[in-house]
Design a protein around this ligand. Sequence first.
Ligand code: 2IP
Ligand code: CA
Length: 376
Amino acid sequence: MAGLLQALVAVSEKAAEVARRCRAEEPLFRLLVAEKTGPERNRRFLQDFKTLADVLIQEVIKHDLGTQFPELREHIHGEESNEFRDVEGGTVTVRVCATPEDTAALLLSVLGPEQTRAAELLAEAVHREVTLGDTELAGIDPGVAPGDLGIWIDPIDSTNEFIGGREDVAAIDGIAPGGLRSALVLVGAFDRHSGVPVLGVINEPFFQRDPQTHRWQGRFHWGVAHGDTRLCSLSPPAAHACPPRVVLSRAEGAAVRGALGSLGGGPPHFAAGAGYKLLCVALGLADAFVLSQATTFAWDSCAPHAILRALGGGVVALAAALRAGGTGDPPELVYHRPHPGEAGGERWANRDGLVAFVHRQHLRAVLDALGDLPGL
Ligand code: 2IP
Ligand code: CA
């Protein structure tokens, strides 16, 4: 179905623009960084503006994709629920309305009457038409019907860094350890029947700043991995000889750090953002992202996973791969089945951890290094 990939990129661009505006426009920025402390604590708009921004982005994506592809409508998932409390204590369902004025009025009922300008700015961003300069995208037919797909959205991955907003964190070997660069928009599509990720878009809203205007400029990456089709805006990174260079979460435990540190690929890199670390692997800045904990979710990994598959790599479940030992190809993460017996977001946790890679020899080296660690 030509046009679907283009639509995913267009919604990611709109989401990226909302994220940039939240930091660039004073009335929005004030809400974004508001501390939930002191007498302000119970004011509704301070309850969580970040969540409202996330929900709104998620709803824009649902709205725009659902309008173009009605078959997708009931199959677009994200991290957040769109039910909010309004200033009176009632419930409001945040959604994109028919006009910017109506959307602004709805947002105002959540934000409170003093926030007219903030509501207008957000509504304006949401209703904006996005035109893509990238005409190559329009002609790409991933060969898959939208009726067979589901969508996972992470409106802003690495929210802590988004709110913290550090602008000039120096990269180490090309990898930003934290800061705004690690805040990404992730939109992935998976096969509803098999759970395999087939289309992915990673948008970097804060890729670089214009030297003249100091405004942030973004960029995006996409990938298609369906049947025998493998297409990607990135070229596969060169397969240099092992040992692999790994990137890890700062929350990773000492045993895993130690085992991977002694692989010989140099000390591990540390970076914020699950999506950003997966992107580092797709860009070839790291050979593997290893996570031993259940701290990522379907919405964090679906889009980058599709891109890694498009490059010939993948994302496997770490504990399952270790249980399988050296036998065959370890199982990759899938995105269509919630864990039974769990509630809320936990139903969608990647609870076996993960290893992301482009080249299979790097996956093997990581699994060999971790194979003897107790408790994994
Ligand atoms: C988070 C975010 C965190 C990440 C965590 C994700 O998503 O990407 O940065 O932890 O796994 O779930 P870490 O930075 O230690 O890798 P969100 O910001 O959307 O909650
Ligand atoms: Ca996330």
